[in-house]
Design a protein around this ligand. Structure first.
Ligand code: UT7
Length: 320
């Protein structure tokens, strides 16, 4: 029994916000600095009140439509998010209700920050391969703009909002060839949102904090290691994958990872220039874009990779 992606979908809120727009809104930055350090030219920012479940719902509906699967047939929903609508219930439960999908089906959130989608996909694959579930929705959805300190120019220019989703179904043929999930909690200090809820109030710091250079070095190392790991497990040479979709954090991280793996730059799917870093949504957003514009075709090998706070990282090699 394998788990196979049968549909993809995505959702981006509102209109693109350019680097110049951010500068005009008072961020002490420039298009030249952001583009040269990150490759980011614009991002989408949700209007106040727009939630991760709303974005995730639209992405899920598009994925179901492509797969030709009814919401009522979904027996598992996993949502990767660090910006859930509420402390609880989970965003997955909210999406299950909004979709009108089967009551009683399993639904839960996964918190692995920017690795969240790859974690959720790895978990869903294991549910399906065990035979306990047969049709899953795996969603990455974020309104990261809510946890940004707009006075911290070193972080606020990097992120954006959005959602991506896949339908994963039991199949006789692959499907997912290999996946790996990892974490190193000793690195929790280099990327975090260190606030807490106490007495009904957020105490401490509710905004994203990051040691950018430490994150950069860590990300490039683990993204190349975990890509090599899943390729080795599947018996596939890294330079023979058809498409590489790393977490869309920074164009320099994407380029360095591809170079280390010997993957030609033309095989790397890039959305960071137009979406910024959408955390758990970045990989499924990029996957959906490349499927819908015809670059990724059935039978091709696609390598998905995530890395993020925790620190967490992981990869999935699949035959689309
Ligand atoms: O999902 C994982 C998410 N995290 C990442 O992907 C982050 C990985 N790290 C990075 O991408 C890079 O470290 C950054 C793009 C965040 C920063 O680049 P850097 O080359 O490491 O710059 P820096 O933090 O060392 O800052 C260099 C200069 C500083 O000025 P001084 O002290 O040299 O005068 C900063 O104040 O750039 C300044 N700076 C900015 N200037 C204009 C920092 N942010 C900005 C900005 N606009 N937005």
């Amino acid at each position: 029994m394998y788990a196979r992606v049968t549909g993809t979908g995505s959702c981006l809120p509102g209109k693109p916000v350019s680097n110049d727009d951010l500068a005009a809104r008072g961020v002490d930055t420039s298009d030249e600095w952001i583009v040269s350090r990150t490759g980011i030219r614009s991002r989408f920012l949700a209007t106040p009140g727009t939630t991760s479940s709303e974005l995730g719902l639209v992405a899920a509906q598009h994925a179901l439509e492509m797969a030709g699967v009814a919401a009522s047939d979904i027996d598992l929903i996993i949502v990767a998010t660090s910006t859930p609508d509420f402390i609880f219930p989970s965003t997955a439960c909210l999406i299950q209700n909004k979709l009108g999908s089967r009551k009683g089906a399993a639904a839960f959130d996964v918190q692995a920050v920017c690795s969240g989608f790859v974690y959720a996909l790895g978990i869903a694959e294991k549910f399906i391969r065990s035979g306990s579930h047969s049709k899953a929705l795996v969603i990455g959805a974020e309104v990261f703009s809510r946890i940004l300190d707009w006075n911290d120019r070193g972080t606020c220019v990097l992120f954006g909002d959005g959602a991506g989703a896949v339908v994963l179904e039991a199949a006789d043929n692959p499907g997912i060839l290999a996946s790996a999930l990892h974490a190193d909690g000793s690195q929790n200090g280099i990327l975090n949102v260190p606030g807490q809820v106490c007495g009904g109030q957020v105490t401490g710091d509710p905004f994203l904090r990051m040691d950018g250079q430490a994150v950069f070095k860590f990300a490039v190392r683990v993204l190349s290691e975990v890509a090599a790991e899943v390729c080795q497990e599947a018996g596939v040479e890294t330079n023979t994958v058809d498409w590489l979709i790393p977490h869309q954090a920074n164009i320099r991280i994407l380029d360095a990872t591809a170079k280390k793996l010997g993957v030609d730059r033309s095989k790397v799917i890039v959305t960071v220039d137009r979406h910024g870093n959408t955390s758990a949504a970045s990989v499924p957003l990029a996957l959906d874009e490349a499927v819908r514009d015809g670059r990724i075709r059935r039978g091709q090998k696609v390598l998905l990779e995530g890395v993020g706070g925790g620190f967490t990282w992981g990869a999935t090699l699949l035959e689309f």
